[in-house]
Each structure stands twice: as C-alpha cells, then as structure tokens.
Write a protein that binds this ligand. Structure first.
Ligand SMILES: NC(=O)C1=CN([C@@H]2O[C@H](COP(=O)(O)OP(=O)(O)OC[C@H]3O[C@@H](n4cnc5c(N)ncnc54)[C@H](OP(=O)(O)O)[C@@H]3O)[C@@H](O)[C@H]2O)C=CC1
Ligand SMILES: CC(C)(CO)C(=O)C(=O)O
Length: 307
C-alpha cells in the first residue's frame, strides 16, 4: 500500500463517495481539491471538514477530510482521483499541474470519451488510469453524499503499462472494483449505451423507460444503427445485439432520469460533447456523417440544452 496521501479533484457526488470510501478502506483522510473553498468550509485558517456518507442501507458514516484549493497545495501529489465532469477535467488538471508528481498516478472517473485522451496528451509523464463506473451517488448538501446504487468500477491503464501496484490498493475496497485489460473497449461499450439513451432523455425530458415507447424507440434504434456503423468502420467490437442491450438498460433503469436529463433540467452543462459529440467527431475523421446524431444535437441546441 502506498504511503502517499490521496487527493480527490472535485468534491461532487463521485468525489465525496470515493473520499469517504478511501477513508473507510485506509483509515487515512484524503484531501479534497475544490475551486470554491467557501462553498465547503467556512473556517479561514483550518482546512479540515467532516464528510458524511449515507450508505445504501441508509446508515451514515462520517469521515474527516482536508479541503483545499489548488493554490494552497505545496507538497507533490502522487495519487490523484479526478472526479469532475468530463468538460472540466482538463482545466482542473491544469490547475494542479505545478504540484503533480512527474510520475504520479492519476485515476480519471469521467463518463463518455474524449476527455481522457485530452488529459493523457497534456500529462504524458504521469500514469493515467481510467475508471468506468456504474455506481450511483448524489449530493444532499456540500460534503454529504448518498450512495444511491451499487455498481461496478472497471479500471485500466490508459497510456503506460505501469505496475499494477496502484490497482492493488483497491483490493478489498468497499466499492466493487475490477481490473480491465482493455479499458478503452469498456469505455466504448458504455458509450454505445449512453449515445442511444442520454441525449434522447434530455430532448424528451423523460425517464429512461419512456424511450421504449414506439415513437422514441425508433429514434433510439437509428442512433444505435449509426453507432454500429462507426464501430464496424473502426474495426471495433460491439455486442451482436447492441439494440437489445440498449433496451435492456432502458428496462433496468426505467424509473431513472439519466445524468444528461438531470443536467438539462437543472440547466447545467451536459456531458453530451463527450457522448454523442465524441461519436460525431470520430465519424467525421473517418469521412462518415451521422444524420440521426447530428439531428439530435441540433434539436437539443434548439431546446437550449448545453454541452
Ligand atoms: N453521480 C453519479 O452517480 C455518477 C457520475 N458519473 C460520472 O462521474 C463524473 C463526476 O460526476 P458527479 O460527481 O456526479 O458530478 P458533480 O457535478 O456532482 O461533481 C463534479 C465536481 O467537480 C467540481 N469541479 C469542476 N471543476 C473543478 C475544478 N477546476 N477544480 C476543482 N473542482 C472542480 C465541481 O465543483 P463546483 O461545485 O465548484 O462546480 C463539482 O463539485 C461525471 O463524468 C459523471 O458522468 C458516473 C457514474 C455515476
Ligand atoms: C446508463 C445511464 C443512461 C443510466 O441512467 C447512464 O449511464 C447515465 O445516466 O448517464
């Protein structure tokens, strides 16, 4: 187990879930790096705070953490977990560039694709790890997180084939974890589902299950057809029955509002640039156009949904 402290960049739902879990697993307090200190802590001179985790069984545990802004950090960061939204990841990473250890381990937990490549390109000497997570969490108030759904986090190395020492630290971790030898493929498979579901739920402001209604299902099918086309062109694998897989996710999460639908409702910037937008950019490089994806993005723009 490394003796270096853990730093968490972004104190939102996933950042707080991981900070509390790290404290449970290691007994050490992580450092939460935030951009607006006053939002989390009102003491001027003391950086310590207590984070509350409401577990799946509704019990609560409390966890001491340090809360700091990037410019308050003076010691090198060797172990970092980036928990911002995809669109903020690179800017957030740049804010801690001066204190990031040259060969530090960085675990990125963003949904979608594209932000990981951008970070890996901008930080070539660091070991960039990717986690693709299906855990669910939400924030009740600053530093009080609810673990809302048990999921799985698959982790793999993105740029270097570095020692698995980093991954070993998650053995026996309270969240379900597994090592992936092909994390890019894991991201691609999740992207397929998110491309079909997320944007449409924002467009119709509906739960995931409503996409199985006939009129919406045909749009979902068109998006999935286009995904398969791009995937085949790139020589990537997709499940033979991707359409069935998409329907199954809609059924299993029928009562949920997707993350994109919630962001759109709250007029927050969505992660669509790293979901459907990413697929459009990849297709363009291959000389392909994706009319269903493009039309979806145009309709979302007209509706005022941001990405
Ligand atoms: N929540 C969930 O259940 C799941 C989330 N994910 C993915 O995990 C990622 C994080 O999601 P989630 O935790 O829900 O998002 P949140 O919006 O809850 O948290 C993101 C946090 O990042 C912070 N942030 C943004 N820029 C910076 C910066 N420059 N420096 C420091 N902090 C910064 C924000 O701070 P501020 O308050 O200042 O804006 C915010 O607290 C997303 O990609 C999401 O799709 C994946 C699966 C499930
Ligand atoms: C699978 C799905 C659509 C579940 O809601 C999701 O990943 C999201 O909301 O971002």
């Amino acid at each position: 187990m490394s003796s270096h402290p853990w730093y968490i960049l972004g104190a939102g739902s996933i950042g707080c879930l991981w900070a509390a879990t790290l404290h449970l697993a290691t007994g050490c307090s992580p450092v939460m790096i935030v951009r607006n200190r006053e939002h989390y802590i009102n003491k001027k001179t003391d950086n310590t705070a207590v984070l509350t985790l409401t577990h799946l069984d509704k019990t609560e545990t409390r966890h001491p953490v340090s809360v700091m802004t990037a410019d308050e950090i003076t010691t090198p960061i060797h172990q970092l977990i980036v928990c911002t939204k995809a669109g903020d990841a690179l800017t957030a990473m740049n804010s801690i560039r001066p204190v990031l250890a040259k060969h530090g381990n960085v675990l990125l937990l963003q949904n979608g694709m594209g932000s990981q490549e951008a970070v890996a390109k901008a930080f070539p000497t660091q070991n960039i790890w990717i986690g693709s997570t299906t855990d669910g969490a939400w924030i009740r108030e600053p530093l009080h997180v609810h673990h809302a759904g048990q999921g799985l986090t698959e982790i793999g190395c993105f740029n270097h084939q570095s020692a698995t020492e980093f991954l070993c630290q998650f053995q026996g971790f309270p969240l379900k974890m597994t090592a992936s030898k092909d994390i890019k493929n894991v991201l691609w498979q999740k992207l397929a589902v998110n491309c079909a579901i997320n944007g449409l739920t924002a467009l119709f402001d509906c739960q995931n299950g409503a996409l199985l209604d006939n009129d919406k299902k045909s749009l979902m099918d068109e998006l999935t057809d286009e995904f398969v086309h791009v995937s085949n062109t790139l020589g990537r694998t997709t499940p033979e029955s991707l359409h069935e897989k998409v329907y199954e996710v809609c059924r299993l999460t029928a009562a949920n509002h997707s993350s994109t639908c919630m962001d759109a409702r709250l007029q927050r910037r969505t992660e669509l640039a790293f979901i459907n937008g990413y697929l459009i950019r990849v297709a363009e490089k291959e000389g392909l156009t994706l009319p269903a994806h493009q039309q979806l993005m145009d309709r979302l723009s007209q509706k005022g949904v941001r990405w």
